[in-house]
Ligand binder design. Structure first.
Ligand code: ADP
Ligand code: 5GP
Length: 207
């Protein structure tokens, strides 16, 4: 039988920086009203287009450390020289609000930690079509300083090396094609037998 706790789809979306996971995530949130985005905490400075509390909770290093010490994170990691973490209450709130799915935009370290705690979580890795295109996208996005772009491109091969850990790999070449593949994953995962067992059981009971 399913219940309200385990019917929530925990969907992890990871990629090297610039592969397009934020773009894909925003499109998913527009198209599926019953998804929630897990707003992470970070010590990184906000980009010009980012809204505190919506894209991230932007916090100081001290505040982040306090939260680590207080056990407030379900997972956290250092990525590209900044700290990022998912607060436990993000997951609890999505469960309380009876959302169908909670989307995590986290790196491979976060993906591993979430899967270790919630074994039914589903992890998708977004790949760029080529390293040249990844660089063009990071430069074209023009949100990060040149040194940060260089670091992100330099870290990409090591991040991609973790692909065997993920359940699904999607190449984000054409955006619509990648979006369709991602929607397909969500729709298939929602139909998992164990997630839908309650519906079948109710029919058997005649309710
Ligand atoms: P990430 O969140 O993975 O760091 P973004 O979603 O910010 O990446 O995308 C990086 C840049 O690439 C953005 O400027 C975005 O508009 C662009 N982009 C995303 N997907 C595609 C695509 N399929 N084709 C071309 N450009 C894309
Ligand atoms: P950005 O600075 O481009 O927003 O994110 C940089 C990296 O940090 C990306 O790989 C992103 O997925 C990851 N990230 C964002 N939030 C979290 C989080 O809460 N935990 C972990 N582990 N990684 C995160």
């Amino acid at each position: 039988m399913t219940n309200e706790l385990n019917s929530l789809l925990l969907l992890i979306i990871s990629s090297p920086s610039g592969a397009g996971k934020t773009t894909l995530t925003h499109r998913l949130l527009q198209d599926f009203q019953d998804l929630r985005f897990s707003v992470s905490h970070t010590t990184r400075s906000p980009r010009l287009n980012e809204v505190d509390g919506q894209d991230y909770h932007f916090v100081s290093q001290d505040k982040f450390k306090q939260m680590v010490d207080a056990g407030e994170f379900a997972e956290w990691a250092e990525v590209h020289g900044n700290f990022y973490g998912t607060a436990v209450h993000e997951i609890a709130r999505a469960q309380q609000d009876q959302k169908a799915a909670l989307l995590f935009d986290v790196d491979y370290q976060g993906a591993r930690q979430i899967k270790a705690k919630y074994r039914d979580a589903v992890a998708v890795f977004i790949l760029p079509p080529s390293m040249g295109e990844l660089q063009r996208r990071l430069e074209g996005r023009a949100t990060d300083a040149p040194a940060s772009i260089k670091k992100r491109i330099g870290n990409a091969p090591e991040e991609i090396r973790h692909y065997p850990f993920f359940d699904y790999l999607i190449v984000n070449d054409d955006l619509q094609t990648a979006l369709s593949a991602l929607k397909g994953v969500i729709q298939a995962e929602r139909c998992r037998r164990w997630r839908m067992a309650g519906v079948a059981e109710e029919l058997i009971r005649g309710t």
